[in-house]
Design a protein around this ligand. Structure first.
Ligand code: PAF
Length: 281
């Protein structure tokens, strides 16, 4: 496995592989890799000839009050895990490589507000601008044929799909299902911030989503009432919910047709930790 920090070297190596007729898979990450990330890598390996993983904690997608400085950085362990999976190339750029002029005052990628300003966007100002910008830069450097993202960050996945469509990027975007602990808690790098007591409560988020799904399927309650009921349940369990929203799966718009395919999305804080999860109906 090669680990490169220079964008030019990554581009040159991947272009060489593509000239040799190989299809390239790409998994962008912020490191602190867990089984969820490794499943994305495996999915990329099943669909392409060689896989590139990037590890970069992107400052542009963190709001000033968020955990950029404390975000867990575990490069050595991450590289061991990727070596064990026979990943061909890991790109670990510095801030200077990604944002030579700094990450303010440079060009941004803005995906339309209807997809980026609600839900996560309402609580994390400019978050999706930061994600769309860094993913565009990474896509330009790596130029993969396929890129794999987790459905855990469902809104992010739709934002990337929209961006790829709008800019005619020749990249297939694959979404992979959320990986959960045995008790239902969605795997996330932020789970390690949970205290022992909070870790016991955390799976209730998935329980509430699952119950809400059952109630939607019974079709005897108004969706707004169901959202409110879920928020109350989370509060009773000790969460401070930011939102529980039942949305149309393809656009995240509020559903207006009983036959719409739906997704329930939630974000809630437990102490200092903010958890997000979603469940399709
Ligand atoms: O999902 C993540 O880890 C990040 O948002 C991503 C896609 C690597 C961009 O920094």
């Amino acid at each position: 496995m090669q680990t490169l920090t220079s964008n030019w070297e990554v581009s040159a190596l991947v272009r060489q592989w593509q000239r040799d007729g190989e299809r390239i898979g790409f998994v962008p990450t912020m490191g602190n890799l867990h089984e969820g990330h490794l499943r994305l890598v495996k999915a990329a390996q099943q669909n392409t000839d060689r896989v590139v993983v990037s590890i970069y904690v992107n400052p542009m997608q963190f709001a000033p009050h968020e955990d950029l400085t404390n975000y867990p950085r575990t490069l050595d362990k991450d590289l061991q895990k990727l070596t064990a999976l026979n990943v061909e190339l890991v790109f670990t750029p510095s801030d200077e490589v990604m944002y030579p002029e700094g990450n303010t005052g440079c060009s941004y990628v803005e995906v339309p507000a209807q997809l980026t300003e609600g839900l996560e966007g309402a609580y994390r100002q400019h978050h999706f601008r930061g994600v769309a910008t860094v993913v565009t830069k990474l896509f330009n450097i790596v130029a993969p044929d396929v890129a794999v993202f987790g459905e855990k960050d469902f809104q992010q996945l739709l934002v990337i799909q929209q961006m790829v469509k709008d800019f005619n990027l020749p990249i297939e975007i694959m979404g992979e299902p959320t990986i959960r602990e045995g008790d239902g808690l969605a795997l996330s790098s932020r789970n390690q911030y949970l205290s022992k007591q909070e870790r016991v409560i955390a799976p209730k988020l998935y329980e509430v989503l699952s119950e809400t799904r059952e109630r939607i399927l019974m079709q005897n309650m108004d969706l707004t009432d169901l959202e409110q009921a879920a928020i109350m349940q989370l509060e009773q369990q000790g969460f401070t919910p930011d939102y529980v929203a039942i949305r149309e799966v393809a656009t995240l718009a509020e559903p207006d047709n009983p036959t719409d395919l739906l997704v329930i999305l939630a974000a809630a804080r437990l102490g200092q930790t903010r958890l997000i999860d979603n469940l399709r109906v």
